[in-house]
Design a protein around this ligand. Structure first.
Ligand code: FES
Length: 131
């Protein structure tokens, strides 16, 4: 139920894929996958957003994949989940942290360089995100 868990006060939520490929140092060496999750969790504690992990989201060839989900207020303002691919380096993590802390989709504009990493969600996820 990745995209339908909207409650009255749901914060912006970063959903970090930790399936078969994302976060797998055997498939993606040279990235501190554990450190990425730790940085996101620390940022969430300070920044008023949430972080959680999930099993494979689908587009493994674009690992690491994460989704920045809008808060309830962001959703009401027109924000929609933003799928980010190739989220492997510290710069990308910095930008996700900054965007989520600023409110995320619907409440603040994403960093331009992060936008360049936006990917098309799988078909089923696109249908759910329009609801
Ligand atoms: S393991 Fe992340 S998209 Fe498949």
């Amino acid at each position: 139920m990745l995209f339908s868990e909207f409650t009255a006060d749901r914060p912006c939520t970063v959903v970090l894929c930790r399936g078969c490929c994302c976060g797998n140092p055997g498939k993606h060496p040279g990235t501190d996958h554990v450190g990425q999750l730790e940085r996101l969790r620390a940022g969430a504690a300070d920044g008023g957003f949430a972080v959680r992990t999930t099993d494979c989201l689908g587009p493994c060839d674009q690992a690491n994949v994460l989704v920045v989900q809008p808060s309830t207020a962001g959703r009401r303002a027109g924000g929609r989940p933003a799928w980010v691919g190739f989220a492997m380096d510290d710069d990308c993590t910095d930008e996700v942290l900054a965007w989520a802390a600023a409110g995320g989709p619907g409440l603040s504009e994403p960093p331009v360089t992060l936008e360049l990493q936006f990917i098309r969600p799988p078909r089923g996820a696109r249908a759910r995100s329009r609801r």
